[in-house]
Design a protein. Structure first.
Length: 223
């Protein structure tokens, strides 16, 4: 009987799709350059969707490598302000498509030790999610709570559905394919956050519907 290594096949397929997506993004950029300003809004929508697909594929590959114990974090010291600036740079143009205001708050001297690429990817994915469900406003902030640096995303939407609610670090988001809310972004973020540790403290996330704007609130804790 033929034995199929489905995880390996899936990972190889994700690699192929990611390569094709890279080519597609380059072609979209070339086409966009052929149009004079103001450029059609469809280009920005294409940019949004391809970025979202690219982030999801990267998350799948990272989770696959973690499952095989073939993944190591690239931990270094980073300015929390610079991490926020990177997220804003990637998201501001796309947010303007839906007339969504992205507000940032952060003390200039806050530093965190993390894998910057993974944390930025996770935050961008979650801001994208907030953009889909908010009404007009998203707040991205960073603060210090005890021994943790806390990244917080709040919006003015309807809040998280029940399957995406997390109240403590011992839970993982439940993936539910029946309603379209797979929870992949939250699952990825929780997984890579838990890999960040310092002494006895380990990273974790929480989600609730206590945003100061009346919608969803997501918090990522890094030790």
């Amino acid at each position: 009987m033929l034995t199929i290594d489905f995880p390996a096949i899936l990972a190889s397929s994700v690699h192929d799709i990611k390569n094709s997506l890279t080519t597609l993004r380059a072609l979209i950029g070339q086409l966009e350059n052929t149009h004079q300003d103001p450029k059609p809004a469809a280009f920005k929508q294409l940019e949004f969707e391809t970025n979202r697909m690219n982030n999801s594929l990267m998350q799948l590959l990272t989770l696959y490598r973690i499952d095989l114990s073939q993944f190591n974090l690239a931990i270094d010291e980073h300015s929390a302000t610079e991490i926020l600036e990177d997220v804003v740079a990637q998201q501001s143009t796309l947010l303007s498509l839906g007339n969504v205001q992205l507000i940032t708050q952060c003390d200039d001297d806050l530093l965190c030790y993390c894998d910057n690429t993974l944390i930025s990817n996770a935050l961008c994915t979650l801001v994208n999610n907030s953009q889909r469900y908010c009404k007009s406003k998203i707040l991205l902030s960073v603060s210090q709570e005890d021994d943790y640096i806390v990244f917080c995303i709040e919006d003015d939407g309807e809040g998280y559905p029940e399957n995406c609610m997390l109240s403590d670090r011992k839970q993982l988001p439940r993936i539910d394919l029946t309603n379209g809310n797979t929870g992949l972004g939250l699952f990825f973020t929780e997984t890579i956050t838990q890999l960040h540790s310092k002494g006895e403290n380990r990273g974790f996330i929480t989600t609730d519907n206590h945003s100061q704007f009346g919608g969803a609130r997501f918090k990522l804790y890094l030790p």
